[in-house]
Structures are given as C-alpha cells and as structure tokens.
Ligand binder design. Structure first.
Ligand code: COA
Length: 331
C-alpha cells in the first residue's frame, strides 16, 4: 500500500464577473435576496471571456498544479476530469486536456458525479496510487455551468458560475507517512434523480427542432428538497471519513466544503460542531461552480496560507444524481 499525497494544486477563473446588480437587470430578484438566501455576491462566467472552453479552463488549472508539484506533463499517468459540462459528448474532455498539456499517452477519463465530481475523482485517483498502479494522477473539476443555465429562471440562474480547479495526486515517499489522503467516502441515491437534472438533450430525450428552445435543456433544481438532503448527507459523509481515519472534529484544521449555499455550509458547520473559523468559504465571489468548487477553494486557501503543509482538511460535497462524498486529507 502506497500513500497518496496531494503534490500540487491550481485553479482558473474566467475574468468576466456577473454581480447581483447584473442579475437585478436580468430577472425579478434583488441583491438582498441573493445574499441572504445564498451568500453569493458575484460569479465568474466564461461567456465573453476570450473564447475559452471547459477544456481550456481545465488545461490552465492543470498547468498551475503541475508547476506547483514540480512535475512535467509527461510525468502524469492518468487524467481524470470531473465535469457535467464536457466540451463534446464525444470524446472525453480529458483527451483534449491531455493533448493541450502534451502529457503523452496517459489514461484519460471523464467522471460524471455533478457537484460531488471532484471528491469522486480524488477517491479514484487515491485508489490508483494506493494500489501501486500509477504514480501521478491529475484530477480536475471543471464546469461551464453557465452553458446549461436558464437565465429566465430566477430560482437557479443566480446560483451558478464557471471555473476549474486541479490537483495532482502522487505516490508519497517514506517522509509522507503522516500526510496524504487519509479516508474517502462516496455515495449516491438515484431515486432523487429528478430533483436536480437536465430533462432534455441526452440520448433518452434528444433535442428536436420543436424542443430546441425548450427550457428543459437547462438545469432544473428543486432547491428546497436538495437543501434538506444536502445538509443531512454531507454531515453523514463527513462523520464517516472522520471515524474511518480516527480523527475528531477538533483535529480538523479546515473544512473546505462544496460552495453551493452559505446556509448549507453553516448548517453543516453546526452539525459537525466545528468552529466557523475553521470553515473555508468563498461562495461570495464564485457562486456554485459544481465539481470545480472544492479544488478552487483548496488552491485559494493554500495560496493564501489559510492551510499549509501538515494541515488536516475535510472536504465534502453534494450534487445532482443525487451524489455525495467526503475526503479527509493532510497536506
Ligand atoms: N430572487 C428572488 N426571489 C426568488 C429567487 C431569486 N433569485 N429565487 C427564488 N425566489 C423566490 C421563490 O420563487 C419563492 O417564492 P414563493 O414563496 O413566492 O414561491 C421564494 O423565493 C422562496 O423560495 P425557496 O425555494 O423556498 O427558497 P430557499 O430559501 O429554499 O432558497 C435556494 C432557494 C435555491 C437558494 C436554496 O434552496 C438552495 O440553495 N438549495 C440547494 C442548492 C444546492 O445545494 N445545490 C447542491 C448541488 S448544486
């Protein structure tokens, strides 16, 4: 059994920003409603940001993470891209990122687990490393959510942003025996698939000329139901990874959770009995970037010195599927 360590992190956010004031001009909403119900003040959006696509954002974040890990693209053995907004239905975005990076003939795969996608990717990468199969795995959470957002639906459009976050998961040395990914937990419950989904445009109900402008091609979410389940399952997943690693909530240096709603994060903080000063929040500036949200927050927290070598971190996420998961790791 090898230790799986996080050897580098990186992120990319599009330059263009949509503020709550911008949304006041798009739908019937207010800065006050958005801030009190979600905690969001602004989000980065790809459209109008220099013709970039999801794979370009992922490539940019990956380059930063590789430099941080002091690795060359050719050191990678596998590339996992967690996304629900791939550039194309075929091929996987991971193949495009591999080519952009010049990473050679690595294993390439996309992973669809919505907002929990990065935690799923981290867990898969860990399994590759621990088993001895690979030495360096790139995991990127990247979303172009604004491409599947209905800007006529005030219930959802104010929530989402675009971006990418990347980590390199590597085989540790004997010096790393106290660090690395300590435990992970993954789960899902397909009975709730309709609470958060895109009804049209898949192979089951393809878009036709008649439905080309139907709002069913965008994200639908029953926010109230998702909210309740999110708090319950994120708390449960967190408790499981803590128990598996034998770590108590007081020993967590920082919780870096999925940034979907600051009220969800506050409820989770209470349930876990963690001091709010040990919970990282950047939702105010990014909105919900789905699978990109945890790795963006992790990279930001590292570069700001909020977490550092030796910090014990709990990351937990929840999203469409429904899917959820948690990871406990030490830098
Ligand atoms: N501006 C103003 N009013 C709005 C609005 C907006 N942008 N969006 C919704 N409303 C209205 C609703 O129409 C509703 O009005 P009504 O009572 O007249 O019908 C009212 O605000 C309250 O709606 P409700 O759904 O109860 O709000 P909420 O407190 O549950 O907050 C969410 C809505 C979406 C912010 C919240 O449910 C949420 O964050 N859910 C979970 C999201 C999540 O975790 N996703 C995880 C995976 S991505």
């Amino acid at each position: 059994m090898h230790t799986a360590i996080i050897s580098g992190t990186g992120r990319y956010s599009p330059e263009k920003v949509l503020t709550n004031a911008d949304f006041e001009r798009i739908v019937d909403t207010s800065d006050e409603w958005i801030v009190t119900r979600t905690g969001i003040r602004e989000r980065h959006v790809l459209n109008g940001s220099g013709g970039f696509s999801g794979s370009d954002m992922a490539t940019s974040a990956a380059r930063v993470a590789l430099a941080d890990a002091k690795l060359a693209p050719t050191d990678l053995d596998a590339i996992i891209i967690a996304t629900v907004t791939p550039d194309y239905r075929l091929p996987a975005t991971a193949t495009i990122v591999q080519h952009n990076l010049g990473a050679g003939k690595t294993a390439v795969m996309d992973l669809v687990a919505a907002c929990a996608g990065f935690i799923y990717g981290l867990s898969v990468a860990r399994a590759f490393i621990v088993s001895g199969m690979y030495r360096n795995v790139l995991v990127v959470g990247v979303e172009h959510l604004t491409s599947i957002t209905n800007y006529a639906d005030r219930n959802t459009c104010v929530l989402f942003g675009d971006g990418a976050g990347a980590v390199i998961v590597s085989r540790g040395t004997s010096e790393d025996s106290e660090s690395g990914i300590l435990s992970t937990f993954l789960a899902g419950d397909g009975q709730y698939k309709d609470l958060l989904h895109i009804p049209l445009g898949g192979s089951k109900v393809p878009l036709t000329p008649e439905t080309a402008n139907d709002p069913g091609r965008f994200i639908y979410m029953d926010g109230r139901e998702v909210f309740k389940l999110a708090v319950k399952e994120m708390a449960d997943a967190s408790e499981r990874v803590l128990a598996e690693a034998g770590v108590s909530p007081e020993q967590i240096d920082m919780v870096i959770p999925h940034q979907a709603n600051s009220r969800i994060i506050e409820a989770l903080t209470k349930r876990l009995r963690v001091d709010p000063s040990h919970v990282y929040k950047n939702i105010e500036r990014y909105g919900n970037t789905s699978s990109a949200s945890v790795p963006i927050a992790l990279d930001e927290a590292r570069r700001a010195g909020v977490v550092r070598k030796g910090s014990t971190i709990l990351s937990v996420a929840f999203g469409g599927g429904l899917t959820w998961g948690a990871a406990l790791y030490r830098l």
